[in-house]
Design a protein around this ligand. Structure first.
Ligand SMILES: [Zn+2]
Length: 595
């Protein structure tokens, strides 16, 4: 962009969020911060006394948490809207200090509850005035079997800092110290490879540029493969160690437990995607044809195979489009969307020192907020629909659930947002059904989401399962053994239609998510659930809409798998992923017909 960005003070307030809905004035924020700061002492005084009055200490803990969250949201969003304003930076720092102190003061609560007789905790769950806290108490009870005697817990806590060293060392190497080479750029010059540039270079129309970037990137990691394998091995072993000492059947089981997700969900995902690989091959054949290459390489997967269509739209157009596309969700949903547009929930345009990207943040007892950096195009409209999905999930959950039960699990966090994106894609397909170029673009967009969100993440999930099983069997995790396992997976997934380049064997070395054990599978399951829900809404109408609103209202009051069941999706069965893969196949059919 050639234009200088405007400072925040010169932006039209009409397009800014209204943080005064949280605190009417900065002074009100200051007063609340001081009041909550004092509560730290009150919480600290409870240490050693929980068993005397568990109700009181549980209530105090959540009351403080709720107030800190509000303070934090206010300071964080002010800071995100203008990082150059020192006042906001100072606010954020002071809220963090108060939060850390309160957390430290409250650290005795769970251990002291755990020390109480199980019958007493169970009885507590049945008390009428404790109904807001049953999810929390239930979690304490579930952790019981995996909690060690106090002395051993203390030892583990003391070791935890050094056990996380592999992850920090990997981040330092990968984000800061790794020496990337110069590679050819689009204009015949040279450019220093970086994580940011890599994405752009892989989308280059010049094949040599893509190839050099791909090889340069992976060779750089490969050169440090021994070091990275040692780091990754340390991270996996830490996970295996923690699972073993805490009496879990496997590292995978311990990772899924907090979401109460059975291992079969993970296994179903791997199996269903595996069976859909012939469809992936069909899709890649189309890509090969459209790119006019004899042999499709792995560095040809990201370049757009259909030229982007130019669909300029203002923010007002985008809001109208979102309302039209989400009309199937009914009147109540639309009414809340209109409030989001007109009542200062959304911070629309970029200004100087505003945080990049987009997010939605629910503030309990107020309303959710959305940060955008809106540009006048379809991509931004689609981001708006996505973020509003999060917003509606928070809105309905916060409105229905008490604070301790309102927050929803990561396992379902991307479902409502992705569902909106799918509904928007479907709506646009209908709207442009007589414009083949636009239609091709929309179909390709959907297919790429399937490939990158479901199929690629599932391949990652398969690798994680494999590496943890190797560690659990006592096999060495080395540069060679890990790269061989990763290459095999790539041959299995892409080998049918693609030339599997040798350098891909080192790709696992550059994926930071692998240090958050068994995390990426949630992208694939969320997307599958969202596709199933969106299609049901379009097909069945009102009953499906009511189910979806019920799901949005559940927050964290029931386990995520149960919550999705109310929305007609049983993730404990293979059906949703199977159905999603069918939709993937149908979309490939549609595109094939058009070409
Ligand atoms: Zn999201």
């Amino acid at each position: 962009m050639s234009k200088e960005l405007k400072p925040r003070s010169e932006m039209d307030p009409k397009y800014q969020w209204k943080l005064e809905d949280i605190f009417a004035t900065p002074q009100a924020f200051e007063d609340e911060l001081a009041a909550v700061g004092k509560m730290g002492d009150e919480i600290a005084a409870g240490s050693g006394h929980v068993a005397e009055d568990p109700k009181k200490y549980i209530r105090t803990y959540f009351a403080v948490l709720e107030r800190i969250e509000k303070l934090f949201s206010y300071a964080m969003m002010a800071h995100d809207s203008d990082g150059s304003d020192g006042t906001y930076t100072a606010w954020l720092g002071r809220v963090q200090t108060v939060a850390v102190n309160a957390e430290a003061a409250g650290s005795y609560l769970t251990p002291e509850l755990l020390a109480m007789p199980e019958e007493q905790l169970k009885a507590l769950m049945g008390e009428p005035d404790m109904q807001d806290y049953t999810v929390f108490i239930d979690e304490v009870l579930r952790n019981r079997a995996h909690t060690l005697p106090a002395e051993q817990e203390q030892l583990l806590a003391m070791a935890s800092d050094s056990l996380s060293a592999p992850h920090s060392a990997f981040s330092m190497l990968s984000d800061v110290e790794l020496p990337f080479p110069l590679v050819p750029d689009e204009d015949g010059g040279e450019v220093r490879l970086s994580h940011g540039k890599y994405q752009a270079l892989l989308r280059s129309r010049t094949r040599g540029v893509r190839e050099a970037a791909f090889k340069g990137m992976h060779k750089t990691y490969g050169d440090f493969g021994g070091t990275i394998a040692a780091l990754y091995s340390g991270s996996v072993k830490r996970h295996v160690f923690n699972a073993r000492v805490r009496h879990y059947g496997s590292a995978l089981e311990s990772a899924l437990e907090p979401d109460q997700v059975p291992v079969s969900v993970y296994e179903n995902l791997l199996k269903e995607v595996d069976e859909a690989l012939p469809t992936l091959n069909r899709y890649l054949e189309i890509r090969k044809r459209l790119l006019k290459v004899d042999d499709l390489h792995l560095y040809d997967l990201y370049v757009p195979m259909i030229e982007g269509v130019d669909l300029p739209m203002t923010y007002e157009d985008a809001c109208a489009l979102v309302l039209d596309a989400l009309k199937p969700l009914g009147k109540e949903y639309a009414d809340v969307l209109r409030r989001a547009f007109s009542e200062g929930w959304i911070d629309v345009y970029e200004n100087k020192a505003k945080r990049s990207g987009a997010y939605s943040n629910g503030v309990y007892g107020v309303h959710p907020y959305v940060l955008l950096n809106f540009e006048n195009n379809l991509d931004s409209a689609s981001t708006l629909a996505h973020e509003l999905g999060h917003t509606m999930h928070s809105y309905f959950s916060d409105r229905t659930q008490p604070y301790p039960k309102a927050g929803y699990s990561l396992f379902v966090a991307e479902v409502a947002s992705t569902c909106n994106e799918v509904l928007m894609n479907r709506y646009l397909q209908q709207k442009y059904k007589d414009q083949p170029e636009m239609l091709k673009y929309l179909l390709n967009d959907l297919l790429e989401s399937f490939r990158t969100t479901v199929i690629r993440q599932t391949m990652f999930a398969a690798f994680e399962k494999k590496s943890h099983e190797m560690a659990e069997r006592g096999e060495a995790l080395t540069k060679e053994s890990l790269s061989e396992a990763y290459l095999e997976l790539n041959k299995h997934y892409y080998g049918g239609a693609c030339h599997v380049d040798d350098e891909i064997a080192w790709e696992w070395m550059r994926i930071p998510h692998f240090y958050r054990d068994f995390y990426v599978y949630k992208y694939a399951t969320s997307f599958s659930a969202a596709v199933t829900i969106a299609d049901r809404i379009l097909k069945e109408g009102e009953p499906a809409v009511q189910d979806h609103l019920r799901f949005l209202s559940l927050g964290g009051s029931v386990p995520p798998i149960e919550a999705l069941k109310t929305d007609g999706v049983d993730m404990s069965s293979p059906a949703p992923v199977h159905r999603a893969m069918q939709v993937f196949a149908e979309t490939v059919d549609q595109l094939e017909k058009l070409l």
